[in-house]
Design a binder for this molecule. Structure first.
Ligand code: 5HY
Length: 256
C-alpha cells in the first residue's frame, strides 16, 4: 500500500524527520511518500496558520488522488474532515491517532506540546474526540515549532522535563507528544520515561495500514460524501468541486 504523509507546514526538514520515523515502523510492503506543503506557513502555531495551511494540504491530496491512505502530519489535525470529504481513502490526523493509541495502552494521558497558544487548539481536539475523560492535561513547553526542525539537547531536555512534570503532577499513565516535529524524539524519551510515549506520526502509519488492510475506506454516505459541485469565485475558483463522469471526484478534475 502507498501512504501519503503530508506535512501541512512548508518546512522540509521537519518532513524528513517525520518520514524517517514513519518508514521505521511501516510494514515492508508499505510505501511512505512524505510531502511538504508547497504553499502555506513555515510552522503552524495558531488558528490563522491552521486555516491557511488547509489549502496547501488539499493541494497535495488533489495532486495525488490515488494514494491508499493519507496522514495529516500536524498535531492540530488541520482540515481533517475536509480532506475526508475529498477522498474515499482513509485520512488519519496524528492528534486523533495518538489520543486513541494512548487509550489502548493506558487509562489516562497528558499531552506535551509546543507553544502555550497552541495548547488551546489541542484542548479543543481532546473535547472533540471525546477524550476529555482520559486526557489529564495539555502542557506547553513554549518551544516554537521550528526549534524542532533540528534535533538539539535543549529541545530534548525541555520536552523530557515537561514529560516528567506531567507524570509527577497529572498522575497520567502515558504521554502523547503534541507536535509532528517530536516524532524524532522517541528514541531519546522512551528509555528515560517509565510510561508509554506516543507519537502521532508513527501510530498514524499503523492505523492507516490497519484500515487499508481491513478494506475500510472513508464513508461517502452523509457529511463525508464528496463536496457538492458548485462554482467557487475569486482567486479560489480553482478549488470548485466538479461533477466527474456521474461521480463527484473534485480532486481529480482540479489536478488536470
Ligand atoms: C505540528 N504545528 O505538529 C503543529 C504543532 C503545534 O507546524 N506541526 C506544526 O504546535 O500545534
Amino acid at each position: 500500500m502507498r501512504i501519503k504523509l503530508i506535512n501541512p507546514n512548508t518546512t522540509a526538514a521537519m518532513t524528513r524527520s517525520m518520514e524517517a520515523a514513519a518508514v521505521e515502523v511501516a510494514a515492508p510492503s508499505t510505501v511512505i511518500e512524505a510531502v511538504t506543503a508547497r504553499s502555506g506557513p513555515v510552522s503552524i502555531e495558531g488558528h490563522y496558520d491552521e486555516a491557511i495551511s488547509v489549502l496547501g494540504l488539499i493541494d497535495e491530496i488533489r495532486a495525488d488522488p490515488d494514494a491508499d491512505a493519507y496522514i495529516i502530519a500536524c498535531f492540530g489535525d488541520p482540515g481533517l474532515l475536509a480532506a475526508r470529504e475529498l477522498t474515499a481513502a482513509p485520512v488519519i490526523g496524528i492528534a486523533e491517532a495518538a489520543m486513541h493509541a494512548a487509550t489502548f495502552v493506558s487509562t489516562s494521558f497528558s499531552i506535551v506540546t509546543t507553544l502555550d497558544r497552541t495548547r488551546i487548539i489541542s484542548e479543543a481536539l481532546v473535547r472533540n474526540y471525546g477524550m476529555a475523560a482520559a486526557c489529564r492535561r495539555v502542557r506547553a513547553t513554549d518551544l516554537p515549532v521550528l526549534d524542532l526542525e533540528e534535533p538539539s539537547d535543549m529541545v530534548n531536555q525541555t520536552v523530557l522535563a515537561e514529560c516528567r512534570r506531567a507524570l509527577a503532577e497529572d498522575h497520567c499513565d502515558s504521554i502523547v507528544l503534541g507536535c509532528a516535529g517530536m516524532a524524532g524524539l522517541l528514541d531519546y524519551l522512551r528509555p528515560r520515561l517509565p510510561v508509554p510515549v506516543i507519537d502521532g506520526v508513527t501510530v498514524a502509519v499503523k492505523f492507516a495500514e490497519a484500515l487499508v488492510g481491513t478494506g475500510l475506506r472513508t464513508s461517502k454516505h452523509g457529511d463525508l460524501a464528496y463536496p457538492l459541485p458548485k462554482p467557487y469565485g475569486g482567486k479560489l475558483a480553482a478549488y470548485a468541486p466538479l461533477l466527474y463522469g456521474g461521480e463527484e471526484r473534485p480532486e481529480i478534475d482540479a489536478a488536470r
